[in-house]
Design a protein around this ligand. Structure first.
Ligand SMILES: [Zn+2]
Length: 153
């Protein structure tokens, strides 16, 4: 049975210093993705059988049951596939301005990324909006190397 959570403070969370307990590796495909992200590039894994592309990349195609060893750089920009507005933080405090969380998909690529959208008026957020990443100055090889996305200029 699942209980409906009505207050975020009812969810148990660990706060404070990192304990090291939650470290995990990205795996081969994930590591490739984050290495390229440090160069401000996006790579997709390409299935040798069906030739479908995957972002984030994966090391096997679940339809063809074959290993994916080819990774290709994706130069096109993704589009907003889905979005939501957050008005409160995890402690139930009202945010000064709502945070926009988007699910981004690239045309003809499986998968996608969940991230933040900024530099946009709320009324301009829509499905299909083409967005570009704003990168951190000194990338560290994780998803926050992208500070946020904004509408393509
Ligand atoms: Zn395949």
């Amino acid at each position: 049975m699942f209980e409906k959570i009505e207050k975020f403070d009812k969810i148990r969370v660990w706060k404070g210093e990192k304990t090291g307990w939650h470290r995990y590796t990205y795996g081969i495909a994930g590591e490739m993705f984050f290495r390229k992200l440090m160069e401000k590039k996006f790579v997709a894994g390409k299935c040798p059988e069906c030739e479908r592309l995957f972002i984030p990349p994966r090391i096997y195609c679940e339809d063809c049951f074959v290993e994916i060893k080819e990774f290709v750089e994706i130069k096109e920009l993704p589009r907003v596939y889905s979005f939501t507005f957050l008005f409160k933080d995890l402690e139930d405090n009202l945010l000064k301005e709502p945070e926009i969380v988007v699910f981004l998909k690239w045309d003809n690529i499986e998968g996608g990324l969940i991230h933040r959208l900024k530099e946009v008026n709320i009324e301009d957020v829509n499905f299909g909006l083409v967005v570009e990443p704003v990168f951190k100055e000194k990338p560290e090889g994780n998803i926050n190397d992208i500070l946020y996305w904004r509408p393509k200029k």
